[in-house]
Structures are given as C-alpha cells and as structure tokens.
Design a protein around this ligand. Structure first.
Ligand code: MTE
Ligand code: MO
Length: 394
C-alpha cells in the first residue's frame, strides 16, 4: 500500500516539479532560454496541471503518512547509518512537502499569511523535496530491487493496510551482506502492526479523496469541470467582460493615469522614441485572437482579444523583431509593473497590444487603454495598463 501510494505521490511530485520549473523559468529565464509560443494554451495546460497535481498531493500525502504512521515513530529511531539516512530523508521530505503544498494552496487563494516571499521559498523547497526523495528512493533501492526480484506474489488474503510494508516483500529472500543486508534487516525488524482497515476500502477512500479535491477545483482551469468548481477561488466568466480580474486598477493605483486624455504608448527603440495615442493605435491594422489568461495561481480563462500586432507596432516604430522587449505599466509600484518579453513572442503574429476584449473596449480592470496579450505566457507577464515598450539591446 505504501508503495502504490508512494508511486502516485512520486508521479504527482514530478509533474509539479517539471511544470513548476517551466513556470519559474518563464518568469525568470536564463539568458539563453527560448520558449515555445504555441500551442497558445500551453501555459494554461502546464500550470493547470501544476495546481491539480499539487492539490492531489494533499490526500495522497495524508494517505501515505497514515499507512506508514507507526513506522515513523519506531523506537529506537536510529540503529544504523542507512537507517539514519532513511529517517533523515523522510523527515526532510515530509516536512518540506507539507509546507510546500500548503503555501502553494494558500497562494491559489492569494493569501500570504507567512513572513517569507512565496515564490523563492516554493522554488527552493522543491529542490529539498526532490533531493530528499532521491535519497529516500536511493536508500530503499535494495528493498525495491528485492521486491522486483522476488517476482509476482501468489495471491493470498487481502493484505491489511498498516501491516509491515517491507517484511512481507523480503520474506524468504537470502540475507545479503553489507549496507544492503543491514538495511534489509533493519527494515525487516519493523514490528507488524495490526490491520486498521481493508486495502480495498482504503484505496477507495484515497481515490474518492483525490477525485473530490481535484474535481471540485480543477474547473478553474479545465472548462468542462467548471460547473463543479466549488472551491477554486476563481470562477470562469465572473468579472468585467466575463473574465476574472487579478489585480484591480484601484489596487494598482492607476485609475487616474489610465483614464487620462493625454495617455500615449511610447515605443523606444535604440535612440528613437515614438508615441501612439489610443486613436493612433486603433487606426493601425487590427487583429483578432483567442488567447487565454492563465494565471500562475491556477485559474485560467479563454478570451477574444482585438488589437495591434506587437510586431507591426515595433515595425512602425522602426525597431527590429529580433530584440527582446521591456514592457512598462502605468503602475508605479508592484512586482508586475515591469516585465520582459523574449523576441520569440514579439515575432508571433498572435501577440497583441490589445485594445478590445470580448467585443468591447478593454475594461479599465483588464488594462485599458492597452494591455499585452501573448500566446503561451503566464498571466503575470500579460502586462496591463501599458505605458512604455523598450527594446533591450542585444
Ligand atoms: N500592470 C499589471 N499588469 C498585470 C498584473 C499586475 O498586477 N499589474 N497582474 C497580472 C496577472 S498576475 C494576471 S493573472 C493577469 C490577469 O489579467 P486580468 O486581470 O485582465 O484577468 O494580469 C497581469 N497583468
Ligand atoms: Mo496571475
């Protein structure tokens, strides 16, 4: 049972780790990194998977802890070096995992009751988790190998949950010497604990738990599950122009500057600057694109945008689409007032300086007078209330 749940948990953690790294590097790329801009919903998929797999970790981790619980508090706790490694990696793994998924869940609710920066800690802990998981698997490797070598078990009575996990798997195997032998005998010495529930009942409970927490939140990303989205913090279609708003114009303190009659979007390339009023932007050729807003916090929403192709605007201003860009918002403070965009997004014909959303003039809350919208990018980089676009010299 510990193995079955451990595998599922391992899979969920690997999904979270991979999609998490992708999200991290999109936001903080290394200089040589180039990202795919298509499919347009790629980030919606990876980040939706990240949140869903993370949420599934709650019942899985609790189930795993429940199954191995008696062994966690065995006495004496450590009798050998291998045993020490095993204990230490588990302590680290369990502690770090619980903190990781808890702050991750709180983040989806935009609630930060902890005194440290979320993103850096979530990122750093993921390496602690994967590292301790590798040590854990490494230490258990002899046991895992012995299990596979032992061949298929003869079907017998349903095995109770909470019975000695290892003892049965190594029964009848010849004793080996060295670290492996010490480890096996260490694990074999685990006392058998009485059955607390049947295997089938337990697995059903875990499956129901996973289905419930995933089913009741995944709708914030995966549209077909929208109706069942009871606990996801955002609902599809709720918000101005049918799209949720992440940070409001009031929070960003841009209500006045965004509505100002003399607003212009300045495009700076090399030593030249060109400013476009909203009317001038609207007079340039307009393009329609269906692109999602896909927030790192897990919600996403498809929307129809209309505006000027970014590459046309850069052309118009005399720039090259081989340059990376810096996008600057009217917002004076806040982490997302300034973002950078790789030239792969500049060249993509779906990347727009959007002036309209779902058939109407862009709402102030969605970034009026103009906002960036590009395929395959995290919501945080879809800068609202644009003020200035600068080419970054290579
Ligand atoms: N200037 C600015 N742009 C911003 C933000 C912000 O705080 N300031 N938030 C970003 C985030 S986190 C998301 S998810 C999207 C959400 O866009 P929406 O509010 O139009 O749905 O806008 C992005 N653009
Ligand atoms: Mo976001």
């Amino acid at each position: 049972m510990a193995t079955v749940i451990g595998r599922l948990l391992g899979l969920a953690f690997l999904l979270c780790f991979g999609t998490g790294l992708y999200s991290h590097f999109l936001q903080q790329p290394l200089p040589w990194m180039v990202f795919p801009t298509r499919p347009a919903g790629l980030y919606q998929l990876t980040q939706g998977t990240h949140i869903v797999a993370g949420i599934a970790c709650f019942p899985l981790l609790l189930a795993k802890l429940y199954v191995v619980f008696p062994q966690l508090f065995r006495y004496p706790p450590v009798t050998s070096f291998a045993g020490f490694l095993e204990r230490a990696s588990i302590a680290l793994f369990v502690g770090a995992s619980l903190v990781e998924i808890t702050i991750g869940l709180l983040n989806t609710y935009q609630w930060y009751p902890f005194p440290f920066p979320f993103r850096q800690v979530h990122f750093a802990l993921s390496f602690v988790i994967i590292g301790s998981l590798l040590v854990h698997i490494g230490v258990k490797l002899p046991l895992i190998a012995a299990h596979w070598r032992a061949g298929p078990r003869v079907p017998d009575e349903p095995r109770p949950v909470g019975s000695a996990l290892a003892g049965s798997a190594t029964e009848g195997l010849p004793r080996t010497r060295g670290l492996t032998g010490r480890l096996l005998s260490y694990i074999d010495a685990t006392p058998t604990v009485p059955a607390r529930t049947s295997r089938r009942g337990f697995l059903t409970t875990v499956a129901l738990g996973v289905t419930a927490v995933v089913g009741l939140t995944a709708g914030q990303t995966f549209a077909p599950l929208d109706a069942a989205n009871l606990f996801g913090p955002r609902k599809k279609g709720v918000g101005q122009q049918g799209v949720p708003v992440n940070r409001t114009s009031a929070q960003a303190k841009v209500a006045t500057s965004a509505m100002a009659a003399d607003w212009v979007l300045t495009v700076a390339v090399g030593d030249t600057e060109r400013s476009f009023s909203r009317a001038e932007l609207a007079a340039l050729p307009q393009t329609d694109a269906d692109l999602p807003i896909a927030c790192v916090e897990g919600w996403s929403q498809m929307a129809s945008w209309r505006g000027v192709r970014l590459r046309d605007l850069i052309d118009e201003a005399g720039g090259s689409t081989d340059s990376d860009l810096r996008l600057i918002s009217l917002e004076q403070r806040g982490g997302f007032r300034q973002t950078e965009m790789g030239s792969e997004y500049v060249r993509d014909p779906l990347t727009l300086v959007a002036l309209e959303l779902n058939g109407e003039v862009l709402d102030l809350e969605h970034g009026y007078p103009a906002r960036m919208i590009a395929p395959g990018r995290p919501g945080v980089l879809q800068t609202k209330w644009l003020s200035r676009i600068e080419a970054i010299d290579a």
